[in-house]
Design a protein around this ligand. Sequence first.
Ligand code: G
Ligand code: G
Ligand code: MN
Ligand code: NA
Length: 254
Amino acid sequence: LALEADLRRALERGELLVHYQPQVSLRGGEVVGAEALVRWHHPRRGMVSPADFIPLAEETGLIDALGEWVLREVCRQQRQWLDQGLNVPQVGVNLSARQFRHPDLVGLVAQSLREQRLRPSLLGLEITESAAMHDVESAIATVTRLRSLGVGLSLDDFGTGYSSLSHLKRFPLDHLKIDRSFVSDLGTDPDSAAICNAVVGLAHSLGLRVVAEGVETESQMLFLRRQRCDELQGYLFSRPLPAADYAALLACGR
Ligand code: G
Ligand code: G
Ligand code: MN
Ligand code: NA
């Protein structure tokens, strides 16, 4: 497959980059974090969406090298911003199911932090609900080891998998991210409103903060604020931004 060979070379050729989507507090409106989202600037195809190449990378095993690159790149970038005097919040990195099961994940995360002398709380990791619930006992063990490094841990795409509450409360997480499918249906589907409401209540009862993803409209934002959701991420506030634009946003918010 042409795309697979291309992706293999993309890493070496520096065609991958990371965009940063800000997350803002629903109370004060300040930027409290960001999600790192990888982008591939292909020399002929133009921008290739991660929705197209992440699944390919998972199937072929390239995700290990790609994921390692993203992790290192985010740590390098956070260090550079710190050295420039920017007051940076945590950046969350997505882990695919295969990365999450990798036997040396904890070592890689620890090494990436150490290399850049980065405070662990400046890095977050997002694991999907389905990856977490696949092999629950070993997933809890992995999250517990990651957490003891001091990094943030979010459960991503929450509401789309099948978390049992008794399992959920054994994961030492700090954020739940409400899947954007529920947010986008807020105005039209009463079930989605009920689900958002239930997720916020559940998260708070477990001591977790809630991020709503994919917030695009003012009315979604107002609804989520009334429901006491903590943070929002979505086009309403900002698209994922190139690193320089995200840094400029942080700088003007100081
Ligand atoms: O930006 P969006 O189109 O940006 O991303 C599409 C999908 O790709 C999302 O499900 C997102 O979680 C995933 N994704 C984006 N960046 C990364 C990454 O660095 N690693 C992994 N594993 N998934 C990512
Ligand atoms: O699977 P994950 O939750 O990591 O994916 C994040 C995805 O959501 C990325 O593809 C990102 O570009 C996308 N995204 C972020 N904000 C919005 C939004 O407001 N609307 C839509 N439709 N997608 C969004
Ligand atoms: Mn995510
Ligand atoms: Na998500």
